[in-house]
Design a binder for this molecule. Structure first.
Ligand code: PGA
Length: 251
């Protein structure tokens, strides 16, 4: 199965950056054969990225979405707007929003539902802190973060991707180990299967946190890893592409 590779550009990009990124990506062959690709730029660049990457098999995503449909929510962007601008994916509950901005799992679940109601694919992020990892309480933490979405209907779950991103591995250059990732992904799948036994096997679970062309092949060799959410390494077209190459070699 091809990996799902999602670029999370966070608050990085500029118009010249977009142009250079697209130009470079176009020089790589067999993109579509290697992976399913998604690029999530900051909101203002959505339509420009859509235009630049249009000839390529790359889908567009956003990094966040409002929990509300429309109205007096200054600064929010609705799922309908994302859809109108060509998004097919949206990241929800990234730890930089949970820890940095204080988004609760309940709010993240509402955002996910708003996205699903609009026909978007939702990438729901979960991850434990370093302290929770060290104290071996990561299971409780991940369960709490997943709890409000576990009861989604089977048909909603068809549009949900889970991204496991340990907070301590994000941007640190130190990815989680194969064993840690395997254990968490299997744990998450078992939680989903308590409510949706058959469907749990087909839910995509991505890993995120210091993924690079150097470690992607080894990590993707684990059958529990269905792709990656990629920050730093997705800001360079060649390293983003080479993550796909590495995955294809590990199959
Ligand atoms: P990183 O970020 O790849 O730079 O560690 C991943 C993320 O935060 O999604």
């Amino acid at each position: 199965m091809k990996p799902l590779l999602v670029a999370n550009w966070k608050m990085n990009a500029s118009l010249p950056f977009l142009e250079a990124f697209a130009e470079e990506l176009m020089t790589f062959s067999s993109l579509g054969a290697l992976a399913d690709w998604v690029v999530c730029p900051p909101y203002p660049y959505l339509s420009e990225v859509r235009k630049n990457l249009q000839p390529l098999p790359v889908q567009l995503g956003a990094q966040d979405v409002s929990a509300f449909m429309s109205g007096a929510f200054t600064g929010d962007v609705s799922a309908a707007m994302l859809s109108e601008f060509g998004c097919s994916y949206v990241i929800v509950g990234h730890s930089e929003r949970r820890c940095g901005i204080g988004e609760t799992s309940e709010l993240c679940a509402k955002k996910l539902q708003a996205a699903l109601a609009q026909g978007l694919m939702g990438i729901y992020c979960i991850g434990e802190s370093l302290e929770q990892r060290q104290k071996n309480t990561w299971r409780d933490s991940l369960k709490t973060q997943l709890q409000p979405v576990l009861s989604l209907s089977e048909s909603d779950w068809q549009s949900v991707v889970i991204a496991y991103e340990p907070v301590w591995a994000i941007g640190s250059g130190q990815a989680a180990t194969l064993e840690q990732i395997h254990e968490v992904h299997a744990f998450v799948r078992s939680l989903i299967s308590q409510l949706h036994q058959t469907l749990a096997q087909s839910v995509k679970i991505l890993y995120g946190g210091s993924v690079s062309p150097d470690n992607a092949g080894q990590l993707f060799a684990d059958r529990e890893v269905n792709g990656f959410l990629i920050g730093g390494a997705s800001l360079k077209a060649d390293s983003f592409y080479n993550i796909g190459v590495a995955c294809s070699r590990s199959c």
